[in-house]
Design a protein around this ligand. Structure first.
Ligand code: ZN
Length: 148
């Protein structure tokens, strides 16, 4: 299913994240506090350890890897939409070790910040909501009924 929506850029936030905090929780907390239900985000910085997911398309399950060491955040890119009425962040992260070798995946809880700088752009427009997708078994964006 293809979905096309036109949106307008709203507020833009920039700042720093808490040392020692869970990266996904920190970002979700900012979205909740600022009432952001649609948007995109970017982070760079470093983590003390990371946990990333890979979606196995055969088994239809996420496989999680723990990277239990300090790593640079080369880039985290993600979006913000709604799931069950609450803001949910879907983010992918690229990390590098001391040799510059890169690792990455779907950002999972358990990624602990050393330092982080973020930009969050809020969008205004129709709501974008996640729902169960039968083709992939993933919570993808679905067409929502228009409120008239
Ligand atoms: Zn993902």
């Amino acid at each position: 299913m293809r979905i096309v929506k036109e949106i307008k850029r709203g507020r833009v936030f920039i700042g720093r994240l808490n040392h020692g905090a869970d990266l996904l929780e920190e970002l979700t907390d900012i979205c909740n506090t600022q009432g952001i239900t649609l948007g995109r985000l970017e982070v760079l910085g470093a983590v003390q350890k990371a946990r990333v997911g890979y979606y196995n398309q055969e088994t239809r399950e996420y496989e999680f890897s723990a990277l239990d060491r300090p790593l640079e955040i080369l880039k985290l890119t993600g979006n913000i939409s709604l799931k069950d009425g609450d803001p949910i962040i879907h983010a992918h992260i690229t990390l590098a070790d001391e040799t510059g070798r890169a690792f990455g995946g779907h950002l999972a809880p358990g990624t602990v910040l050393f330092a982080g700088e973020y930009v969050i752009e809020q969008y205004e427009g129709e709501r974008l909501e996640r729902g169960f997708d039968e083709e992939t078994d993933l919570p993808l964006w679905t067409e929502t009924e228009e409120q008239s």
